[in-house]
Structures are given as structure tokens and as C-alpha cells.
Design a binder for this molecule. Structure first.
Ligand SMILES: Nc1nc2c(c(=O)[nH]1)N[C@H]1C(S)=C(S)[C@@H](COP(=O)(O)OP(=O)(O)OC[C@H]3O[C@@H](n4cnc5c(=O)[nH]c(N)nc54)[C@H](O)[C@@H]3O)O[C@H]1N2
Ligand SMILES: Nc1nc2c(c(=O)[nH]1)N[C@H]1C(S)=C(S)[C@@H](COP(=O)(O)OP(=O)(O)OC[C@H]3O[C@@H](n4cnc5c(=O)[nH]c(N)nc54)[C@H](O)[C@@H]3O)O[C@H]1N2
Ligand code: SF4
Ligand SMILES: [Mo]
Length: 707
């Protein structure tokens, strides 16, 4: 076996690995020693099985006959791409350029694809149609990460969360709130938190369930899903009442504190306990700990995004960190300088004048992402509102398993005049595709990967399976067919030359060093806001309109939202819909990550399916006993929208009254125990956070019945 350094890319986690190659096939993978991400998750360990799965798409496929099935015939790349381009141009002539949309899912996060094609840094929405005059680039950001990463943080701090990092190495207290580092991709925060804990830092996890991280923590604070805003406001109330906030910071660097102090008065310990289920004493102790036990860092991700006031709940938590003096100090939340871009990257700009789909209802989302909102796509296709969309490219996405109401999306796809699916495997969406194009895994790709303080070229360790191709060059070739191929590199060598246009010597060095190279980082500076290092104009302050941390956000107010982090009860909850409780007495959460799958992926890979052969719903022993449900038994989860069969896992890890259902089932190639368990029959496309437009995946009502 020959061992070669490379970068795993089963998911976009980009772990540094050694690939063992034997007879032209990937045979084994192990962590690359000395690499900043020299780690391997369980899915990475199964990379050989995934790369060489017999289910991999091998050839470009053209539909034969009616849609709604998997009847395809192979077509050559040149023919397929020429035909697709021809139909795109026809649709553009007939309906206008805005009728074309491209959507990027969790399988389209490869770094160069983002650098060259994304509508804006921080998103993956692919702007391939911008040069044709269509503003419609959309992506997984319509349901993931953007609420936390942009919509909550930019109005509050003026900076995307991508550039704000918990300094766990120097924290005395680490709060993990709405994230489970054990399933991060890659799980690099987990060892950092463990090391900090060993050195004596306290770890508190605030989570609706006892996650893996919660089991290791000093304290687990279970909270009713979707009510974190009330908890954060209650904590702020205690901190203000007891005078525990950072007066200097609040006076000089925040805006809206007096209004906040007034607003939070209603969030008394009793009221917060009634809303969140967190006992008043626990809440008060937590507030004191946060204010006096710091420096405190916060590790958060998607856990708070999926409620009726997701953006505002996240903001309330961010403001808690600001008023306790934990911004840009050692052990708190560090603001990092914007990473330098040195390549020759095309500046893909959306056309002016035609707003993308969804900009009418979610203007702040549009402003901060430059993207179309895919939750508004059904309206555009089915009702021609605000205008008809008729062609869609889906790259690395599985909409029917990922978005609320699979049958709604089937109707949307059935009405399209052109649907192109680019994937490694056959998806449920592909049943409606006119063309399916086979994508490589990153083990077969040329590209590059930048890390903080490290950089590495990506070179293939095995030949592409069948005729599959790197997504990057599929898009570059399509651009060529559409008449603007010159905007993008067309070969691997060109890709590298463009990416390193200003530092060709580094490229040569990297070619000699396939394990990658460290890059010097500037020394860490603190309180950069005071030194004028956070704003492009060099003035002191945060990069918000007022230069302050905007507790009362002028940006939110401008778009008609509450300026303060106002708490709204989830619209379908025990408190807001008591009349539903008789029929639907349990709070339903969906989609908490498990190790063996990545959203809808790998449920066709025997070695990974074996780890969990069926989709589960986690239920507390009390709730299970009351319903006569035993561990391992088949049950139905029922909401006002639908019913889905899962296997019950009876566990103390979910508190009484709450259940947690796995997400990802519903794909055509999956093992039966997953294929028939599409959780999104239970979710509601109209139950959303009005600011982000995100569906409420994590605060619904349901009942569970034995089958
Ligand atoms: N109810 C509920 N629904 C949810 C969630 C939830 O928690 N609950 N989570 C939401 C979240 S956070 C997200 S991000 C979305 C995820 O939804 P999607 O973005 O659709 O993600 P996946 O299900 O991972 O599907 C990715 C697809 O890309 C393919 N793929 C993988 N790698 C590549 C590649 O390199 N190239 C190409 N062309 N294809 C590739 C895979 O085979 C797979 O079909 O789902 C959301 N849906
Ligand atoms: N193995 C694996 N890794 C993955 C993925 C995968 O499918 N599999 N998916 C990837 C994707 S698409 C993403 S976006 C990231 C997401 O990464 P994370 O956001 O870290 O996702 P989770 O691991 O689900 O952790 C979210 C935590 O929030 C908790 N939570 C849910 N609702 C609430 C709530 O209302 N309040 C509070 N306080 N907590 C709540 C959940 O119980 C869970 O423990 O993970 C990525 N990594
Ligand atoms: S997190 Fe796992 S699958 Fe993703 S890149 Fe790292 S090893 Fe590969
Ligand atoms: Mo996600």
C-alpha cells in the first residue's frame, strides 16, 4: 500500500489525512500527523467504502420518458452540457434570465467552488447565472448557519461569526449553547474544549437534550426548545439588577442598553422558569457564574436558529457576551482580521434591478447573503410570484429530504422546464431531473484548502470513478457553453495559477509539499475595536452603522423588525397552542446530528448504516412508559402535518415532554429503515422565523404512538 498525504472531503470538513492507495483504489485512511486538522471522523474512516460504492453515479444521464422515476440513459459530457446550456438559453429567452436558479447544498461546499462561484463570502450560493442576468443564486444558507453566522451577528457586532472565535484556550468558563462539538465537521472544537476542561476551565452546556458534550460537561442546563431567548434575557436581567455587567464597555461601546434594561425586567426568574423550564435558582446562579466566572467563551452553531424568533434569540445570547465584557479579550470571543485573498478571483456580481426570489419577504437575508431565499422558491415556481422560475441546477443538495413537506417540493420540481442534479449518488430530487451529472469525491479532485495559519493543495489520490467530474470543472465547462468560460479557470493547473496569481512561489513550494505548509499569522491583538482595527474606515468601534455593539439594531429596525432582541414564543408550543396539547402533547425536535450520517448522506453505505440501521426518535422513559413504548419498538411520530415511522430509543438523554427525531431519511438509495422515514413530512413550510425565513425544525408539537 502506498500512503499519500491529502485532505479528506467526504464532508467539507477538510481533515488532513494519509490516504492508503492499492491497485488504483483508496484502501484505507488515517489521520495525517502534524496537520492542523489531523483528525478523522467515523465517516472519514469509511471513505474507501464511500468512494468506491457501487451506487456512485458513473455517467452523465439524460431522462428518458416521463418524469417522476429514475429512467435515465447515459449521455456524453459534451452532449449533456451542450443540451443543458441550450435549454437554459431557451428558458432565458422565453421567461427572462431571472427564471434561472442555481442551488448549492451541503455537498457543494468545496473551498474553490466557493471562492470562485459564491455570490458572497460566507455563503455557498453559486452565482453561475449572474453573467446571464439572473440574480438567483441560492443555497443551504436558506435553512442553515446564516441565521447565526450573519443575520444575528452582523446587525449586532458588525462582523460575521466566521470571523469571531471562542478563545477556549484562555477561558475560565466555556459555554456550549445550541451546538454539539462532537459532531462538528470536523470535530476540532471537541479536543480543544476537553483540553481546556483538563486545565480547569468550567464547561456548561445549554441544550434541549443531554448531548455528547453535555454528558462531559460540568453542568447541563436543559431548556425547552426554541425558548433560549427568554433564558438569555432572564440572565441579562439578573446581571443588570445585580450590577454585574461591564460598565465601561456598556457605556462606551454599546447602543440600546437602557431600552434593553427596561425590556428585560419582565424576564424574572419565575417567568423564565415558566417559559424555559430552567428553574429560577439555576438561572440566577448561571447569571452570576457568567458575569463573574469569566473570561467566558461561547461555542454556538445551529441549535437556536430553528424557532419563531431564532435570530433574536441568538442576538440575546450575543448581547449577554457583550455586556459581560467578553468581547475581544483573552478567553472570550476573539474578533479575527479578514483573511487575505490573493488570487485572481472573478467578481461575480448579481445583476442590478431584478431582486432574487425571496428578497421581497426577507430583505435583510438578501442584503447580507446576496442570495435568493430557497424557502420562497415554491411561490416563484407554483404561483409565478414575484416572477416565474423555470430552470434549476441543484448541486450537492437533497431538497426532498432537507426541506419541509417533500410533496410540495415534488410539485415544484415537476413544474420546472429544466432540472439538473449534480451529485455523487442518486437523490430523491433526481426523480424529477432532466439531467443528472456525476460528481467526484474530493479524493478524486484537484483544488486547494486554506486553514488559519496553514495551506495545502488538494491533489487526487485516485482516478475519478467512471466519468465523474469535479463540481468546479462542471460549472466552469457549463459557463463555457453559456459563453463566459473565460471567467473561470478550466483546468487544474489554471485553477492553481489563478488561485495563487500573486504568490506563484508559494504554489511551487506547495507542489513540493503535499502535506501542506504553515503560513505565518499576525500576532493576536485584543480589544481591536478600541484601536480602529475592526472597521474598514479605520475608526475606533465595531463595524456597525453606529460603531457600537448594537443591542438595539438599526439594521433590523430599517427592515421593519424589532430593534431589541425581543423574545417570541414558538408559534406551535405548549404555551402558545394549549388547545393542541390534548392531541399533540410532546415537543418535537428534529435533526440533531449523529455520527454515522451527514444529513441525508451515507445511508446507503453498509459499514455506516450498520452503526444505526434505522431512523430513531429519542423519547424519555417516563413518556415511553405512559404510552407503552419499549426501546427498539416501531413508533409513529405524528404532527398536524403528517406521520412518520421511526424506531423508539428510550433514553434519559431527552427530558420528559420532549422528543428528538433523526433527520436525513427519504432518499431512494437508502437502507429501508431510513428511506421510509423522511422527518420533513412532520415539518411546516409556513412555520418560520420571519427575519431569517428559516423553517422551525426544532420547536413543534407532536404525539408518539406505538405501531
Ligand atoms: N427537519 C430537519 N430538516 C433539516 C435539518 C434539520 O435539522 N431538521 N437540517 C437542515 C440543515 S442544517 C441542512 S444544511 C440541510 C442539508 O440539506 P442538503 O444541503 O440537501 O444536504 P445533504 O442531505 O447532506 O445532501 C447533500 C447532497 O450532496 C451530495 N454530495 C456530497 N458531496 C458532494 C460533492 O462533492 N459534489 C456534489 N455534486 N454532490 C455532493 C450528497 O450525495 C447529497 O445528495 O438540511 C436541513 N434540513
Ligand atoms: N456527523 C455529522 N456531522 C454534521 C452533520 C451531520 O449531519 N452529521 N451536519 C452538518 C451540518 S449541515 C451542520 S449545519 C452542523 C451543525 O452543527 P451543530 O449546530 O453543532 O448541530 P448539532 O450537532 O445538531 O447540535 C445542535 C445542538 O443544539 C441542540 N438544540 C436543538 N434545539 C435547541 C434549542 O432550542 N435550544 C438549545 N439550547 N439547543 C438546542 C441540539 O440538541 C444539539 O445538541 O453540523 C454538521 N456536522
Ligand atoms: S469530518 Fe470526517 S468526513 Fe469530514 S473531512 Fe473530516 S474526516 Fe472527512
Ligand atoms: Mo446545515
Amino acid at each position: 500500500m502506498e500512503w499519500r498525504p491529502t485532505i479528506c472531503g467526504i464532508c467539507p470538513g477538510a481533515c488532513g489525512v494519509l490516504a492508503g492507495v492499492k491497485g488504483g483504489r483508496l484502501a484505507a485512511v488515517k489521520p495525517l500527523p502534524g496537520h492542523p486538522r489531523g483528525m478523522l471522523c467515523v465517516r472519514g474512516k469509511h471513505a474507501p467504502e464511500i468512494v468506491h460504492s457501487p451506487d456512485r453515479l458513473q455517467h452523465p444521464l439524460r431522462r428518458q420518458g416521463e418524469r417522476g422515476n429514475f429512467n435515465f440513459v447515459p449521455a456524453g459530457w459534451d452532449t449533456a452540457l451542450a443540451e443543458i446550456a441550450g435549454r437554459l438559453l431557451e428558458i432565458k429567452d422565453r421567461w427572462g434570465p431571472q427564471a434561472l436558479m442555481c442551488y448549492t447544498g451541503r455537498g457543494g461546499f468545496e473551498q474553490c467552488l466557493g471562492e470562485f462561484f459564491a455570490a458572497r463570502t460566507d455563503t455557498v450560493s453559486n452565482g453561475i447565472f449572474f453573467p446571464l442576468g439572473s440574480p438567483n443564486a441560492a443555497g443551504a444558507g436558506s435553512v442553515c448557519a446564516v441565521s447565526y453566522g450573519l443575520l444575528a451577528s452582523v446587525p449586532t457586532f458588525g462582523t460575521a461569526m466566521r470571523l469571531i472565535e471562542p478563545d477556549v484556550e484562555n477561558s475560565r468558563l466555556i459555554v456550549v449553547w445550541g451546538a454539539n462539538p462532537a459532531t462538528d465537521s470536523p470535530p476540532e472544537m471537541l479536543p480543544r474544549i476537553r483540553r481546556a476542561k483538563r486545565r480547569g476551565a468550567g464547561v456548561i452546556v445549554i441544550d434541549q437534550m443531554r448531548s455528547e458534550m453535555a454528558r462531559e460537561a460540568d453542568q447541563w442546563v436543559p431548556v425547552r426548545p426554541g425558548t433560549d431567548g427568554a433564558l438569555a434575557l432572564g440572565l441579562i436581567n439578573v446581571i443588570i439588577r445585580e450590577g454585574l455587567y461591564d460598565r465601561e464597555f456598556v457605556e462606551n461601546w454599546t447602543q440600546g442598553f437602557p431600552e434593553l434594561a427596561e425590556y428585560v425586567r419582565r424576564f424574572t426568574p419565575d417567568e423564565v422558569a415558566r417559559i424555559t423550564g430552567v428553574p429560577g435558582q439555576t438561572m440566577v446562579a448561571l447569571a452570576r457564574e457568567l458575569a463573574t466566572g469569566g473570561p467566558a467563551s461561547l461555542h454556538m452553531f445551529t441549535g437556536l436558529e430553528y424557532s419563531s424568533s431564532g435570530v433574536q434569540n441568538i442576538r440575546a445570547v450575543f448581547i449577554l457576551w457583550a455586556i459581560t465584557g467578553n468581547l475581544d479579550v483573552p478567553g472570550g470571543m476573539l474578533f479575527n482580521p479578514v483573511p487575505r485573498r490573493t488570487g485572481r478571483i472573478p467578481d461575480l456580481r448579481p445583476p442590478e434591478g431584478v431582486p432574487p426570489v425571496g428578497a421581497d419577504r426577507h430583505p435583510l437575508f438578501h442584503r447580507l447573503t446576496r442570495s435568493a431565499h430557497f424557502m420562497e422558491m415554491p411561490r416563484a415556481v407554483l404561483k409565478d410570484d414575484p416572477y416565474p422560475v423555470r430552470a434549476l441546477i441543484l448541486d450537492g443538495a437533497s431538497i426532498i429530504t432537507g426541506y419541509p413537506q417533500p410533496d410540495l417540493w415534488r410539485r415544484v420540481f415537476a413544474k420546472l422546464e429544466l432540472l439538473v442534479v449534480i451529485d455523487r449518488f442518486m437523490t430523491a430530487d433526481a426523480a424529477y431531473a432532466h439531467y443528472v451529472l456525476p460528481a467526484t469525491t474530493y479524493y478524486e479532485n484537484y483544488s486547494l484548502q486554506r486553514y488559519r495559519g496553514y495551506i495545502q493543495l488538494r491533489t487526487p489520490v485516485v482516478e475519478p470513478v467512471g466519468e465523474s467530474r469535479n463540481d468546479f470543472f462542471i460549472f466552469a465547462a457549463l459557463a463555457k457553453q453559456l459563453g463566459y468560460g473565460h471567467l473561470f479557470p478550466q483546468t487544474p493547473e489554471e485553477l492553481w495559477q489563478w488561485a495563487f496569481a500573486k504568490e506563484p512561489a508559494l504554489l511551487e513550494e506547495l507542489k513540493q509539499n503535499p502535506q501542506g505548509l504553515p503560513l505565518p499569522e499576525p500576532p493576536q491583538q485584543y480589544r481591536k475595536y478600541a484601536a480602529g482595527k475592526l472597521r474598514p474606515d479605520g475608526r475606533p468601534g465595531f463595524n456597525t452603522p453606529s460603531g457600537k455593539v448594537e443591542i438595539a439594531s438599526s439594521l433590523l429596525a430599517r427592515y421593519g423588525y424589532d430593534a431589541l432582541p425581543v423574545y417570541t414564543e414558538p408559534a406551535e408550543s405548549p404555551l402558545s397552542k394549549p388547545a393542541l396539547l390534548a392531541q399533540y402533547p410532546l415537543v418535537l425536535n428534529t435533526g440533531t446530528r449523529i455520527h454515522s450520517t451527514f444529513r441525508s448522506q451515507h445511508l446507503n453505505i453498509p459499514g455506516l448504516v450498520r452503526l444505526q440501521p434505522r431512523a430513531r426518535v429519542l423519547i424519555n422513559p417516563d413518556d415511553a412508559a405512559a404510552r407503552g413504548i419499549a426501546d427498539g419498538q416501531k413508533v409513529q411520530v405524528i404532527t398536524p402535518r403528517g406521520r412518520v415511522t421511526f424506531m423508539a430509543q428510550v433514553t434519559e438523554n431527552v427530558p420528559p415532554g420532549t422528543v428528538e427525531a433523526n433527520m436525513g431519511g427519504g432518499g431512494p438509495g437508502q437502507a429501508a429503515g431510513w428511506r421510509e422515514a423522511n422527518v420533513n413530512y412532520l415539518t411546516d413550510p409556513d412555520y418560520r422565523d420571519p427575519v431569517s425565513g428559516f423553517p422551525v425544525f426544532k420547536a413543534m408539537l407532536c404525539r408518539v404512538e406505538p405501531v
